[in-house]
Write a protein that binds this ligand. Sequence first.
Ligand SMILES: [Fe+2]
Ligand SMILES: [Fe+2]
Length: 496
Amino acid sequence: MSQDDTLIEATEAVVAENFVEVSYDDAIPNNVNLSSDRQLLRALEGWHPGYIDWWKDMGPEGFQEADVYLRTAVGVDPAGWAKFGYVKMPDYRWGILLAPAVPGRTIPHGRHKGEPAWQEVPGEYRSLLKRLIVIQADTEPASVEQQRWLGATAPSLYDLRNLFQVNVEEGRHLWAMVYLLVKYFGKDGREEAQALLERRSGHQDNPRILGAFNEKTPDWLSFFMFTYFTDRDGKMQLAALAESGFDPLSRSCRFMLTEEAHHLFVGETGVGRTVQATVEAMVKAGITDPYDTAAIRRLGVVDLPLLQRKANFHMSVTRDLFGSEISSNAAESFNAGLKGRYHEAQLQDDHQLQDATYPVQRVVQGELVWEDVPALRAINSRLLDDYIADCQGGLDRWNKVIEKAGLHFRFSQPHKGFNRRIGEFAGHRITPAGEVVGEETWAALKDEFLPNAEDIAFIQSLMRPCHQPGQYASWIAPPRMGINQQPVDYEYVKIA
Ligand SMILES: [Fe+2]
Ligand SMILES: [Fe+2]
């Protein structure tokens, strides 16, 4: 059966079973009734070839012709929104899918709280809203670019497939944001959509907007850490934008969150399986000291302290993505009703925060102190705190794996101010334990906190492809289950 047949069948099945109206009649699968808006459809069809060129240039290197066992979003019903099948990535059906409208939805927060949610762009906030959408949009292609070289060193076909799944879905997230830009922002929106295809992660003259998205993702440990920690920033940002009073943005982000969950799963299980392989090898070799690095590395697995350093790096650069802890821009986005807090509706306050305060940690005269600041100005700080709390679950589960093996080592999150370049802690040297130190001490200890040259060389030495079905690299345990109930030795990618 051709891919199109599979998709048509899938669409019919989904429409029949779940009554979700997804149109695959147009070149662009959608549930936003694109065919009724010829002008918008033409604008998107005009953008499509540039997108495909970008995907071919900057998407997964060397695997564009491979048949990949992918999940395609074919609807938004939680009971059956995806279809699995082999697809060549450039033929993936990137769709525009919005979560269902909530009838009578009102603006959840800020000065317009309680007014009907906007179905069109509120003129007074046009440029602020556009900026929020562009910043979110820019992260989506950026991560695809960062990860484009990883296929060559995949530790298994299962992992290779997961990488590509994440990549095509980040591509779809770009579509989701471009739809908003093109539909609601006219000529400016079309220009922004074009610029999204032109910026490049790490490019000297035309880089991606946010720092962490210009870092390299040079190896698979970085990929798993990225999908656990940095995609989780994505989750938090999407959750905050899902609270937007601009309803199309809210609905778009709500559906993106369902896909994001898989990216977080890839990260958490990727690191977890790495930990699993390490502790199994240590136990088998009778090594009990997690700091017996040389002996552990000889087993072809990653020592736990190195994983901690790697996590430290990814946590700190990702925390920078939340922006300055104290921010008048964030206050205005909240006040204007454009971007809420995490789980806004569940919070027990007035959702306007005119008189509320929020405790923010800062460095004053070389000391860490807590200060109550107006809650409105501390919106970013609060989202960062929620993010840090949300990160902890994975660390706890990784620690369980170590504990079960009878070994003594615990992963922990470094202090919020560790290795920061943006916000309150920028310009200060703070250890993972939360000690403010001088430049000299930092220089002496840095290699214990962050991946050092030896670590990086060792990780590189492990990055050898395992491209046979059922084969897994020494440093990572096979998953407990395959994708979509397929076995773990399934041929998830048919390499052309
Ligand atoms: Fe995304
Ligand atoms: Fe993601």
